[in-house]
Write a protein that binds this ligand. Structure first.
Ligand SMILES: [Ca+2]
Ligand SMILES: [Ca+2]
Length: 267
């Protein structure tokens, strides 16, 4: 009796454990757990900026963007609108990390009213799998944003820039250097700032200020609180023509190495 009771109580538990183990293994083999939805991510907007009063085609690069249902804009108070026009995969340039440059693109037509009183707006992509983190697009008042004009690779080919302007440029090859020129009076203060890394560009910038004779006056690689972006400030001891060169510190370049350079010269 004692034996039968012991075996009668133990066997069903043991068999039950066996059965559980077998069916758990079987479930793993035949029914893999459903993939966890991966929300979209924006890594870069091309171009990095838009002028108020204009409509621009903006290409978003990122991950998991192609099933986007809509694009939302924050910080614009209705003054900026955007509509999805195209979507698809996009090539990852050789040697670059997909997580940093994205393999999906979304082209959005974006319109900023001329009265838009914003310096930056935040794009968010919504898909059935989630919502992206907000990604900034810089907005300038009309007339402040200028395009880089190549060739501008040396002092002789330098591009004129005025105080208050921002250049939208690209270090498009490992050897590309973009040179800008301006006149400054003695005693004036220059502030030159790059926005690139902070906006998702692959560029690690450097800024170099040269005198009219081509001598180096000041250099900045990484500005305080600006990540890998450069901020150069300089009080001119001598007036006259100067040159400001943008380059990459890692000797890499390409279409994803875009930047904004803002220059102010004040007395
Ligand atoms: Ca260039
Ligand atoms: Ca840098």
């Amino acid at each position: 009796m004692l034996n039968r009771t012991r075996s009668g109580a133990t066997c069903p538990v043991f068999l039950g454990l066996m059965f559980t183990a077998v069916s758990a293994t079987g479930a793993d083999e035949t029914k893999p757990a459903p993939a966890k939805p991966i929300p979209p991510r924006i890594v870069l907007l091309q171009p990095l900026a838009l002028e108020a009063g204009g409509t621009g085609s903006i290409t978003m690069r990122g991950l998991n963007l192609t099933n986007a249902t809509r694009v939302e804009i924050g910080g614009a108070d209705g003054a900026v609108s955007s509509e999805i026009k195209e979507r698809g995969g996009v090539a990852v340039p050789e040697g670059m990390d997909t997580n940093k440059v994205g393999d999906h693109r979304l082209v959005v037509s974006t319109r900023a009213r001329e009265s838009a009183d914003v310096s930056r707006i935040l794009f968010t992509v919504v898909t059935p799998d989630g919502i992206s983190s907000p990604h900034p697009l810089v907005v300038f008042p009309k007339g402040q944003l200028i395009a880089e004009i190549e060739p501008n690779n040396g002092f002789r080919q330098s591009q004129e820039i005025r105080s208050g302007q921002t250049v939208l440029g690209t270090i498009d090859s490992p050897t590309d250097v973009d040179v800008f020129t301006f006149r400054a009076e003695a005693g004036a203060t220059l502030r030159a700032e790059i926005q690139a890394d902070r906006l998702g560009s692959s560029l690690d910038s450097s800024l170099t200020l040269y005198s009219e004779l081509g001598q180096i006056v000041a250099v900045n690689d990484d500005g305080a609180g600006a990540g890998r972006d450069s901020i150069l400030t300089w009080k001119f001891k001598q007036g006259g023509r100067h040159f400001l060169a943008v380059s990459g510190v890692t000797e890499k370049g390409g279409p994803l190495h875009t930047y904004l350079l803002t220059v102010t010269i004040e007395r």
